[in-house]
Design a protein around this ligand. Structure first.
Ligand code: SAH
Length: 217
């Protein structure tokens, strides 16, 4: 029997805490969520490695450290309504679901949305709603959101997402070229929007109206 718990403990200690993430709520949540249930069949053994992994449809589940950085940047207290763009495997949504009040997540690929819904249901994480659509225009119905997290790389910050961000609110989004982005943290407070970059990262492209409209295959 694989000892998933000790694999998670090493992941959190060696890949996340050792690199400077000290938010205990984030560390505890990453210790709890069974990441191996979110990767493709046959890849469970690699689920706790220090890297992204394929989840089908040319998409990936993000590296654990990147999930930790993005989650910590959101400064969640447990009360927030969060919008995620790019559900993928549902792993990031699972982490958010334990740290926030309610999670709304948009995924453009139906098969991924379906599988993520199933995985989250199996784990009893019932405060996550997933819709299939173009997340570059946000999810207007439930706006505004206290936090917005985009887990795909965008050429610019989609205006709808700034509009759907509550005040005060925090939006985290990788912005840059298709090959390389900077993790941008955007804070809205008293009507003023401030932003800074947290460092380099590499995500699959955000495809859609306000993202990469045409993808060179
Ligand atoms: N957060 C995911 C990783 C996401 S990978 C996880 O924890 O596993 C990025 C995802 O964004 C992919 O599944 C991709 O299909 C999706 N995506 C790309 N463009 C999108 C868009 N415009 N709207 C919604 N999802 C999008």
């Amino acid at each position: 029997m694989t000892d998933w718990e000790s694999l998670r403990r090493s992941m959190v200690d060696l890949q996340i805490a050792a690199r400077g993430i000290s938010d205990m709520r984030v560390l505890d949540t990453m210790l709890e969520v069974p990441r191996h249930l979110f990767v493709g069949r046959g890849m469970e053994a690699s689920a706790y490695g220090d890297h992204a992994l394929p989840i089908g449809e040319e998409q990936t589940i993000s590296q654990p450290y990147m999930v930790a950085i993005m989650t910590a940047a959101l400064h969640l207290t447990g009360e927030e309504k969060v919008l995620e763009i790019g559900t993928g495997s549902g792993y990031q949504a699972a982490i958010l679901s334990k740290l926030a009040d309610r999670v709304f997540s948009v995924e453009r690929i139906e098969s991924l949305a379906k599988r993520a819904r199933h995985t989250l249901e199996t784990l009893g994480l019932l405060n996550v709603s997933i819709v299939v659509g173009d997340g570059t225009i946000g999810w207007k119905e439930f706006a505004p959101y206290d936090r917005i997290l985009v887990t795909a790389g965008s050429p610019a910050v989609p205006t709808s997402l700034i509009e759907q961000l509550a005040d005060p609110g925090i939006l985290v989004i990788p912005v840059g070229s298709m090959a390389m982005q900077q993790l941008r943290i955007i804070e809205k407070r008293d009507g003023v929007v401030k932003e800074h970059d947290e460092g380099g990262c590499t995500f699959v492209p955000l495809l859609g109206k306000d993202g990469w409209e045409h993808r060179a295959r």
